[in-house]
Design a protein around this ligand. Structure first.
Ligand SMILES: *Cc1c(COP(=O)(O)O)cnc(C)c1O
Length: 380
C-alpha cells in the first residue's frame, strides 16, 4: 500500500461492533468480564482502549513499523524510551534538539544516574569517539529544532548496529511523509503527535513506532506500568488528523519552498535555514533521505537586531506568534526570547540561535497571503 492510501486505510478497518467507518470514542475506563479474566481483549483503559488501538496501528503503518504506541505527550513517549535504560547507562544525543527533551534528559534522568553526551551529529564520524561499553542509546532529531540541521540516519544506524546500540529518531519535524527512519535502520521512531501528526493544534500527544518485537514488548510494558497514555478523545482526533497528513504535508512543503525562496531573496534577510535550499550545509543528506523538505523555516535578519526581530514577529497578522508547530495555521516564534530563553546567550549562539533568529511553521493557507504578511512585517 502506498503512503497516501496508508494515511486513510493503514492498520484500519471498520469498527467490529456496528461497522462505524471511524472508530467510536470508547470513553470508558473498564470493560465487563463474564468470568474473572473472561473479556473480549480489553480489560482496563490504561492497558488498552479500542480508540487508541486503531491509532497505534495507523502509526505503525505510516512508519513501516510493526508496533505503535501512543502517549499523553511527546515527552511522555521520550520518557518511556529512556526507561529502557538503567543507572550507569550512557546516551549520545544531538546537541541541537528540542528544549524539553534536553530538560528531561539533564534535569530528570541525570538524577537517576544516566549519563548524556550532547554532540554534533551532522558529521556522523563524531559519534564513535563517545561510544563505550556503557553506551545504550543514540538519540537524534532530524531536522533539528530550530537550526534545521540534517543528520544522516542511515550512517548513524550503521554505527549503532555495529556497537549493538539502540538508535531512536525524533521524526516530529519531517513526519513519515518525508522520511521513514525505521527503513533507514533506526530502532525506534518517536513523534510529538501534537505537531504534524495531529495537525490541527487541538491536542497534545506522543507516539513511538518500532519493528522489533523485543523492544516493542519492553515499551508496551513501560507504557502500561508507568501509565502515560493518551485518552480516547485525543486518540480519535489524532486518527482524524492522520487521514489528511499527506495532503497537508504536500501543501506545507509547497508553501515552505515558496517562502524559503522569498526570504532568501529578501534584501533585509541575512540567512535562511531550510534543508531544501542548495546552500544549506546538509542539503545533500536531506536530498537523499527526505522526499521533500517540509514547512519549518528559520531565518535571521541583517544586523542581528533583537528588537527588530521582536518587531517583525509582533507585526505579523496572518502568522500567529506562538510556540508549537505543524498545525494547519502558520505560526512564528522568536527562539532567543521564547523556546530557548533559558539557555545563556553565549551557549545558544554557539548552536546558531542568535538574537535575530525567527522560526516559522508554515501552514497551509494561500501562500500569497503568507508572503504578503512577511513582506509587510519586514518592511516596518
Ligand atoms: C514538541 C516537540 C517535542 C515534545 O512534544 P510534546 O508533545 O510537546 O510533549 C519533542 N520533539 C520535538 C521535535 C518537538 O517539536
Amino acid at each position: 500500500m502506498k503512503f497516501n492510501t496508508k494515511t486513510i486505510h493503514g492498520g484500519q478497518q471498520p469498527d467490529k461492533a456496528y461497522g462505524a467507518v471511524m472508530p467510536p470514542i470508547y470513553q470508558t475506563s473498564t470493560f465487563a468480564q463474564s468470568t474473572p479474566g473472561g473479556h473480549k481483549g480489553y480489560e482496563y483503559g490504561r492497558t488498552h482502549n479500542q480508540t487508541r488501538t486503531p491509532l497505534e496501528n495507523a502509526l505503525a503503518s505510516l512508519e513501516n513499523g510493526n508496533y505503535g504506541l501512543a502517549f499523553g505527550s511527546g515527552l511522555a513517549a521520550i520518557d518511556a524510551i529512556i526507561k529502557l535504560l538503567k543507572s550507569g547507562d550512557e546516551v549520545i544525543s544531538t546537541s541541537d534538539l528540542y528544549g524539553g527533551t534536553y530538560r528531561l534528559f539533564t534535569k530528570v534522568f541525570e538524577n537517576y544516574g544516566i549519563k548524556f553526551h550532547f554532540i554534533r551529529m551532522e558529521n556522523a564520524s563524531n559519534i564513535e569517539a563517545y561510544i563505550n561499553e556503557n553506551t545504550r542509546l543514540i538519540w537524534t532529531e532530524t531536522p533539528t529544532n530550530p537550526m534545521m540541521n540534517v543528520i544522516d540516519i542511515e550512517v548513524t544506524a550503521a554505527i549503532a548496529k555495529k556497537h549493538n546500540i539502540i538508535l531512536a529518531v525524533d521524526n516530529t519535524f519531517a513526519t513519515p511523509f518525508l522520511q521513514r527512519p525505521l527503513d533507514l535502520g533506526a530502532d525506534i521512531v518517536m513523534h510529538s503527535a501534537t505537531k504534524y501528526i495531529g495537525g490541527h493544534s487541538d491536542l497534545v500527544m506522543g507516539a513511538l513506532v518500532v519493528k522489533d518485537k523485543e523492544i516493542a514488548d519492553k515499551l508496551y510494558f513501560i507504557q502500561n506500568a508507568s501509565g502515560a497514555i493518551c485518552g480516547p478523545m485525543d486518540s480519535f482526533l489524532a486518527l482524524r488528523g492522520i487521514k489528511t497528513l499527506h495532503v497537508r504535508m504536500q501543501r506545507h512543503c509547497e508553501n515552505g519552498k515558496a517562502i524559503a525562496e522569498y526570504l532568501a531573496a529578501h534584501p533585509k534577510v541575512e540567512k535562511v535555514y531550510w534543508p531544501g535550499l542548495e546552500d544549506h550545509p546538509n542539503h545533500d543528506i536531506a536530498k537523499r533521505q527526505m522526499d521533500d523538505f517540509g514547512g519549518m523555516i528559520s531565518f535571521v535578519t541583517k544586523g542581528d537586531d533583537y528588537d527588530q526581530a521582536i518587531k517583525i514577529v509582533e507585526n505579523l497578522k496572518v502568522f500567529t506568534l506562538a510556540e508549537s508547530l505543524g498545525g494547519v495555521e502558520s505560526l512564528a516564534g522568536h527562539p532567543a526570547s521564547m523556546t530557548h530563553a533559558s539557555i545563556p546567550k553565549a551557549t545558544r549562539e554557539k548552536i546558531g540561535v542568535v538574537d535575530a533568529l525567527i522560526r516559522l511553521s508554515i501552514g497551509i493557507e494561500d501562500v500569497d497571503d503568507l508572503i504578503e504578511d512577511l513582506a509587510q512585517a519586514l518592511s516596518k
